[in-house]
Design a protein around this ligand. Structure first.
Ligand code: NAP
Length: 480
C-alpha cells in the first residue's frame, strides 16, 4: 500500500497485482482504506492465475472471490483473464459489471499466437475493456499488434501491446495506433512483465500521450541496446525544438525485418550501431562518399520508401578534434583498428593528418594502414614517439572495467587526448592524460556530434547540439 500511495502521487490509474501477494484477500481491507483516502485514484485489481502467467495458485472460483471483494472495496476496474471469464457464468460477469468495470484480458508470456481468433474470443464476452497482450519474439509480431489495433472497430475499447524485449515498439506506439492505454512500471525493478518501461520513460522520454499519426518516428538499430544513450539525446533534441517526433530503441537480432516493415510504422530514419554498420549496406539505395570510403554507415534516411546511408561517425571524431588543433599535417596516433578506429583514421587522413595506428592485433592495423595510407607503430615505439594528438578507439577502460587504460602514463606523449569511450564520462586514460597536462576530449563529444549530424540529415534543421551534449553529460554524470 505504501508503493500504491507513492504511485498515486504520480498517476491516477494504477494496477494492483493482487496475485503477487501470498494472501491476496489480506489486501482487501487496506485497499478499501486506500481508496477512501485517495478518491481520485482509479485502481485496476488483477489476480492472475499461475496457469495463465500470474502468481495466484488458487482455483478460478477463488480468483473470482478475490476480485469480487476488490470490486466491493471500490476498485474501478477488475481484470479477469479470458480463460477464467470463459469458465464463469455470464450472469456472474454481468453482475460484476453492475458494480464496476470489467477488463477481459489475454496474455501469452511466451509467444504471439494469431491475434484475430483471440480478439473474437474476447469480443464474445461482454466487457468494458479488452486487453490483448502476447509476447513478441520477432519484429513482425510487433507490427501485427499495431495493425490489429489500427483495424479494430469494436465499440469496447481495446488495450493491445506486446511483452518482451522486442515489444517496446508496440508499448510506445499502441495508443497512437488506437489502443486504449499502455502499462508502465513505477521503477525499473518493479516491472511486472518483460520489457515493461518505466512511467517516467513512457511519459517524459517517449511522450506517449503526445504521439499521433503525424509523429515522425526514428530509432536506433543495433543489438544489444540496453545502454544506448541515443534515445535520451535525440528525444531531448525533439523536445527542445517542439518537434512532433520520437526516437525509439529498436533492439533486434534481425535488422532486415525492421527495414522490411519500415513502411508499417512508418520509420523516417535510423541510427545504425554495432553490429550492423556494415551489415545493411546492401539494402541501401545510395551510400554517401564517407560511408563508401569507410565501408560502414551509422545513419539511414528513409525517403519515398528507399533507404539512403550516411556516415556521421567521421564528423564525430574530426569536428571535436579540429577545435583543439589544426589537423592538416598533424601527427596523430589512433589506438585500435575496429569500426571506430576506421572512422577516425579515414576522417583524419581526409583532413590531411599523418596517421599512426597501434593495435593489439598488428595485422588488423597493417590492413587499415594500407587502405588509408597510414603507418603502423609497435608498442615499443609508443614509448619513444610523440604526437600532436592521440585518439583512443578500443573498448579498454569502458564500463564496467573502468580502472583500465590501454596506455601507461609514460606512453602518453601528446598535448591532446581524445578517448572515444564515453562511459564512464572520464576514463582512466583521460585521467592519466590530464595529470600529464594534456587537453582531454571526452567520448560523449563524438556521440553528440555524430547524433547532431544525424538530426540534420533527417530533419534539415540545425541540431540543438548544446542540449544534446547536456543531456549526455547529465546522464553520464549520474552515479552508476
Ligand atoms: P570494434 O570494431 O569491436 O573494435 C575494437 C578494437 O579494439 C579492435 O581494434 C580491437 O583489437 C581493440 N581491442 C578490443 N579489446 C581490446 C583489449 N582488451 N586490448 C587492446 N585492444 C583491444 O569496436 P568499435 O566499434 O571500434 O568501438 C571501440 C570503442 O569505441 C568502444 O568502446 C565504443 O563504445 C567506442 N565508440 C564510441 C563512439 C562514440 O560516439 N563516442 C562511437 C563508436 C565507438 P583487435 O583488432 O586486436 O581485436
Amino acid at each position: 500500500m505504501q508503493r500504491a500511495e507513492r504511485a498515486a502521487r504520480e498517476e491516477s490509474l494504477l494496477e494492483l497485482r493482487l496475485d503477487a501477494l501470498k494472501q491476496p484477500t489480506s489486501a482487501i481491507q487496506p485497499l478499501r482504506e486506500f481508496l477512501r483516502s485517495s478518491p481520485q485514484t482509479l485502481v485496476i485489481a488483477t489476480c492472475r492465475k499461475s496457469t495463465y502467467g500470474g502468481g495466484f495458485k488458487g482455483s478460478t472460483e477463488a480468483e473470482w472471490a478475490v476480485l469480487k471483494h476488490a470490486a466491493a472495496a471500490g476498485c474501478a476496474l477488475i481484470d479477469l483473464e479470458l480463460q477464467s471469464a470463459e469458465r464463469l457464468p455470464a450472469s456472474a460477469l454481468a453482475g460484476l459489471r453492475q458494480q464496476t468495470n470489467l477488463i477481459v484480458s489475454y496474455h501469452d508470456y511466451k509467444t504471439a499466437p494469431p491475434l484475430g481468433p483471440l480478439l473474437e474470443r474476447l469480443e464474445a464476452i461482454p466487457a468494458d475493456l479488452y486487453k490483448l497482450v502476447p509476447t513478441a519474439n520477432t519484429w513482425r509480431q510487433n507490427i501485427e499488434m499495431l495493425r490489429c489495433l489500427d483495424a479494430y472497430t469494436g465499440a469496447t475499447p481495446l488495450i493491445g501491446f506486446c511483452m518482451g524485449e522486442s515489444g517496446l515498439l508496440s508499448r510506445i506506439l499502441s495508443m497512437r495506433a488506437g489502443g486504449a492505454m499502455t502499462y508502465a512500471a513505477l521503477d525499473p525493478e518493479e516491472a511486472t512483465a518483460a520489457g515493461q518501461p518505466t512511467l517516467a520513460d513512457l511519459r517524459h522520454l517517449y511522450r506517449v500521450e503526445a504521439l499521433n499519426k503525424a509523429t515522425r518516428i526514428y530509432g536506433v538499430l543495433g543489438y544489444p541496446l540496453a545502454h544506448s544513450l541515443s534515445p535520451l539525446m535525440h528525444n531531448a533534441a525533439y523536445r527542445r525544438l517542439g518537434m512532433n517526433a520520437v526516437y525509439l530503441p529498436l533492439p533486434t537480432k534481425r535488422p532486415a525485418e525492421v527495414l522490411d516493415f519500415a513502411d508499417d510504422i512508418p520509420l523516417s530514419g535510423l541510427s545504425v550501431t554495432h553490429p550492423y554498420k556494415s551489415a545493411i549496406l546492401d539494402r541501401l539505395e545510395r551510400i554517401d562518399p564517407l560511408g563508401k570510403l569507410v565501408g560502414a554507415i551509422n545513419t539511414v534516411v528513409r525517403s519515398q520508401g528507399k533507404f539512403y546511408g550516411y556516415n556521421t561517425d567521421i564528423a564525430g571524431v574530426v569536428e571535436p578534434l579540429s577545435l583543439a588543433l589544426p589537423l592538416r599535417g598533424a601527427k596523430i596516433l589512433v589506438l585500435g583498428a575496429g569500426g571506430a578506429a576506421r572512422a577516425a583514421v579515414f576522417g583524419l587522413r581526409g583532413n590531411g593528418a599523418q596517421v599512426f595506428i597501434h593495435n593489439r592485433t598488428r595485422e588488423h592495423a597493417q590492413k587499415l594502414a594500407a587502405e588509408a595510407r597510414a603507418k603502423v607503430v609497435s608498442r615499443a615505439e609508443l614509448k619513444k614517439l610523440s604526437f600532436q594528438a592521440i585518439v583512443h578507439a578500443t573498448p579498454v577502460g569502458q564500463y564496467p572495467k573502468t580502472g583500465e587504460s590501454l596506455l601507461e602514463a609514460d606512453e602518453i606523449h601528446a598535448p591532446v587526448v581524445f578517448d572515444l569511450v564515453y562511459n564512464p564520462l572520464e576514463t582512466e586514460l583521460l585521467r592519466r592524460a590530464r595529470e600529464r597536462g594534456a587537453r582531454v576530449i571526452h567520448g560523449f563529444e563524438m556521440l553528440a556530434l555524430q547524433g547532431a549530424r544525424q538530426f540534420e540529415l533527417w530533419t534539415g534543421k540545425p541540431a540543438p547540439l548544446d542540449d544534446m551534449r547536456r543531456e549526455l553529460f547529465t546522464a553520464l554524470s549520474a552515479p552508476a
